[in-house]
Design a protein. Structure first.
Length: 203
């Protein structure tokens, strides 16, 4: 399942390069392609690894998010670790990617104004707790848009992620994922939060 998820990830980045080329923005296309090449190399180096350190995962995700900053207007992100020496904690390779990608494609890409993504890592009771939070359009609005624009790629990514988590839970460790709408003081959607909780493992 891990090997099948990578082409979906490549597909979305290549679409951005294609859009630059078709609009004759050659300098932007070159800069984006250089960053994408670095990211591709990083992913290929991790292909044969089932687990990687948080340090390596966040290095990869930071590069991915830097690429998204080129594509999305007024987009920024923040990564926080609430304890020291968390870099050597290990997680399944590409575990975070589908959720980060969903936050951007389905939540933030449709939002007007500032677009923010927050990644928070915390260790509590010998478990790793990860929060992926965005200030996008929220689950309800995103679902309505997806129903109008049915995407086989989205369906595949969701199915692949669920099947992969099932395999990991059955064979390696317990991982739970919870997705919630963020509500403001007026009970209106203010974004989405994905909470991932898993057994603590070190390299």
């Amino acid at each position: 399942m891990k090997a099948q998820m990578n082409p979906h990830f490549f597909f979305n980045a290549l679409n951005t390069i294609q859009s630059y080329i078709t609009t004759n923005e050659t300098e932007e296309a070159t800069n984006y392609l250089n960053k994408f090449s670095r990211l591709t190399r990083m992913i290929l180096e991790m292909t044969d690894k089932n687990w990687i350190t948080l340090e390596d995962e966040l290095r990869m995700q930071t590069l991915y998010l830097d690429l998204q900053k080129v594509r999305l207007s007024d987009f920024n992100f923040q990564i926080e670790m609430n304890q020291k020496n968390m870099q050597q904690i290990t997680i399944p390779t590409m575990l975070l990617q589908p959720y980060i990608e969903n936050a951007i494609i389905h939540g933030l890409a449709h939002k007007l104004g500032p677009k923010r993504l927050y990644l928070d890592f915390n260790v509590e009771n010998n478990r790793l707790k990860i929060s992926i939070k965005d200030n996008g359009i929220g689950i309800e609005k995103a679902t309505k848009i997806n129903q109008k624009n049915t995407s086989k790629n989205t369906s595949f990514a969701t199915k692949a992620t669920l099947e992969r988590l099932e395999i990991i839970n059955r064979n390696e460790c317990e991982i739970s994922v919870e997705t919630n709408e963020i509500l403001d003081s007026n009970k209106q959607s203010a974004g989405t939060e994905v909470k991932i909780i898993m057994d603590l493992r070190y390299e």
